[in-house]
Design a protein around this ligand. Structure first.
Ligand SMILES: *Cc1c(COP(=O)(O)O)cnc(C)c1O
Ligand SMILES: *[C@@H]1O[C@H](CO)[C@@H](O)[C@H](O)[C@H]1NC(C)=O
Ligand SMILES: *[C@@H]1O[C@H](CO)[C@@H](O)[C@H](O)[C@H]1NC(C)=O
Length: 537
């Protein structure tokens, strides 16, 4: 009995010594001390937020903000008609059509006029008509029944083949289609986790992620219980720190990740370096090309500088590519590609003994919309290589025009700074001298919807085809807004009020507070309120 207790004790000590060893190896002594400090600060601030007086006050403020949001998003008042149950008698076709028109025309930020960063990637009338026609022909189609809808199966296989051909895929490479970038990323992480479990017996999987990588990877970690290590992407290059990645690798590591490019700053990580590391340590490497999609493979052909990022690098084992971003396919479409079936097979779900029959599906969804596959296929073959090269030319050209204006126009360069060296479609900038969120709010007031970023505070513009047409206007408005924000600052200083006297816009208010909080539970509550609001009639 005593001996058994000793063995259990020794195993326990060994386990924790091992954990401590990998913690120290991965983060170093200083890094580990910082981790402990941050965690204590978060807990203490969390306790502070729970104190009786503080708690009521914070909750009242959260409730107020959510109410404000609701007033903005959910139309209300006596004139607004709400449908909260099925109409007893179905509407006439004409009534449905009329209502649909009204809904499409509700007041909104004008993506049609290129006012929105990202979000709508093409918006060309001709392509939209073709997509709608494709939907019409395959409204009832569902690829779960390939014998009933053989055309859909064929188109889906061809979409994967076409995307593979863009990424220098080897002969054995393969892939699947998914409902979007997030699902593609979830699938790549799941496959890596399952592979490590099956082949190496890893039961406590870990993943190493550049902090700028898309948050879908964090979602994957949460859903699939993978421990997450974030690695800094420091100025001036804002690329993932390879030495930090290397230190964090341990026997539980199941996947390395790089972005080409990342969402926040549009920067391509050092994929060659990551590939060498992954190959040496015999680990899978996922490259997220969701945003790069059909732009990054076209850079050389459109005459722009590029960096290696695809299957040509032997360490790259999977790639996510969104057909619904710069592939211009309808929303709800993406692909995940694998170097070979040795990786893809681990994402399949197969249930041999269900009473409903033998069941197999490639990804999360069961039934899937065949109409979307047709819309995607039609977009790809309509655009063709020349169409995408041309789009790359326009989009990257406009990104560079905006980048150059920020770097070289004296009215902008004195207060704004471009983040790193963007090569694709996104340009991010920060301000050493002004509150960048005031600039975001100023642009908002002029009808632009740019993306606010945090740590460090910055804004980005994801150039799309609708933006290409109005890039000069955007630059001109940015100059005016920067001048305006500077003027306000000068006035406040003259009145002796300092930064505290400022009346802040929505972006500045949210990120101004969020950035300074050690424990973000207040932001979590706000965001939850936002999601709840989306489902209010
Ligand atoms: C948009 C994006 C994703 C995720 O795409 P969704 O289609 O919105 O799920 C992933 N990675 C990057 C870099 C992106 O920009
Ligand atoms: C942050 O604060 C909340 C309560 O306000 C608490 O529940 C949570 O555990 C805290 N988070 C951390 C990481 O300490
Ligand atoms: C498009 O999206 C649907 C899911 O929304 C998916 O079933 C299908 O496989 C995707 N097709 C293509 C060609 O990307």
């Amino acid at each position: 009995m005593g001996m058994l207790r000793n063995i259990v004790f020794i195993l326990f000590v060994l386990r924790w010594t091992r954990k401590l060893f990998y913690q120290l190896k991965g983060r170093g002594i200083t890094g580990s001390v910082v981790d402990v400090y941050t965690s204590i600060r978060r807990t203490l601030y969390g306790i502070f937020l729970q104190l009786p007086g503080v708690r009521t006050k914070v909750q009242t403020q959260i409730a107020e903000s959510i109410l404000k949001l609701e007033r903005k998003l959910v139309p209300s008042g006596p004139g607004v008609e709400r449908i909260t149950a099925l109409p007893v008698e179905g509407w006439s076709e004409g009534d449905v059509r009329k209502k649909l028109d009204e809904l499409a025309q509700m007041e909104h930020t004008r993506w049609e006029d290129g006012r929105v960063s990202g979000a709508v990637y093409h918006g060309g009338d001709e392509l939209m008509r073709l997509q709608t026609e494709a939907f019409g022909k395959f409204t009832v189609a569902n690829p779960i029944h390939p014998d009933v809808f053989p055309g859909v199966r064929k188109m889906e296989a061809e979409v994967v083949a076409m995307v593979l051909s863009l990424f220098n895929a080897p002969e054995e490479a393969c892939g699947v289609t998914t409902s979007g970038g997030t699902e593609s990323i979830l699938m790549a992480c799941l496959s890596a986790r399952n592979k490590a479990y099956q082949e190496r017996g890893v039961t406590e999987p870990e993943m190493i992620l550049p902090e700028t990588a898309h948050t879908a990877f964090r979602k994957a970690c949460e859903y699939f219980k993978i421990k997450l290590h974030l690695v800094a992407c420091k100025a001036p290059a804002y690329k993932v720190d390879l030495r930090a990645v290397s230190r964090l690798i341990n026997p539980n590591t199941v996947l390395l990740v790089g972005s080409a490019p990342n969402f926040p700053h549009g920067i391509i990580d050092d994929i060659s370096g990551l590939s060498r590391l992954a190959h040496k340590k015999r680990l899978p490497l996922h490259v997220d090309c969701c945003l790069g999609s059909f732009i990054i493979p076209m850079l050389p052909k459109a005459g722009f500088e590029s960096e290696p990022f695809d299957f040509k690098l032997k360490g790259v084992t999977s790639i996510s590519c969104d057909t619904h971003k710069y592939g211009f396919a309808p929303k709800g479409n993406s692909t995940v590609l694998y170097r070979s079936d040795a990786y893809r097979k681990y994402q399949y779900f197969i249930s041999p003994d269900w009473s409903g029959g033998v069941y197999a599906s490639p990804s999360i969804a069961g039934s899937r919309p065949g109409a979307l596959i047709a819309g995607c296929w039609a977009s790809l073959v309509k655009q063709g290589q020349n169409g995408y090269i041309d789009a790359c030319h326009k989009i990257v050209g406009s990104m560079k025009k905006i980048e150059t204006a920020i770097r070289e126009k004296p009215e902008l360069s004195s207060d704004l700074k471009v983040v790193g060296r963007p090569l694709v479609s996104v340009v991010a900038f920060l301000s050493p001298s002004l509150d960048i969120y005031d600039i975001a709010d100023g642009m908002n007031a002029k009808g632009w919807h740019l993306n606010a970023l945090q740590s460090p505070p910055a804004i980005h513009i994801a150039v799309t085809l609708p933006i290409v047409a109005v890039a000069d206007q955007l630059i001109a408005d940015l100059v005016e807004v920067v001048e305006g924000v500077k003027e306000d600052e000068r006035k406040r200083m003259a009145e002796g009020k300092g930064a505290k006297g400022a009346v802040k816009g929505d972006t500045a208010a949210l990120y101004g507070v969020a950035g300074s909080l050690p424990n973000k539970s207040v932001v979590v509550d706000l965001a939850k309120g936002f999601l709840d609001t989306l489902y209010k009639v």
